[in-house]
Write a protein that binds this ligand. Structure first.
Ligand code: SF4
Ligand code: SF4
Length: 106
């Protein structure tokens, strides 16, 4: 599996941090202004989600590329849009439709 760093998945999906990533405090999260919570509370409220740009892409997507590539969250490392894992199926379909729409609008 290979990622070509096209950045499409970074525009379509909300990224959730695992406990270690959230508690590290090194990532920008959507409710950061309310301060750090314990992880259970963060999961319940969605505070463990990465912040987003105004267009709802990931906050770390800058000029079409991941600006924290070497330190990106585990879910980003685990996901490949050419995976045949069943649990990625709906995400991969969403990426496919996004790319088709993009081409149709060129
Ligand atoms: S996983 Fe796929 S959609 Fe996401 S950046 Fe890589 S090539 Fe693009
Ligand atoms: S952290 Fe990087 S790889 Fe993950 S969604 Fe954001 S921009 Fe994409």
């Amino acid at each position: 599996m290979e990622c070509h760093s096209c950045g499409v998945c970074c525009k379509l999906f909300v990224i959730n941090l695992n406990e270690e990533e959230y508690l590290s405090g090194k990532y920008k999260t959507i409710f950061a202004e309310f301060g750090m919570m314990d992880f259970n509370e963060a999961e319940l409220t969605g505070a463990h989600l990465l912040a987003q740009n105004e267009d709802e892409s990931c906050i770390y997507l800058q000029e079409g590329k991941c600006s924290i590539h070497n330190d990106r969250p585990l879910v980003c490392r685990d996901f490949f849009c050419d995976s045949d894992e069943p649990w990625f199926k709906s995400m991969i379909e969403k990426i496919r439709k996004f790319k088709v729409n993009l081409q149709q609008n060129l």
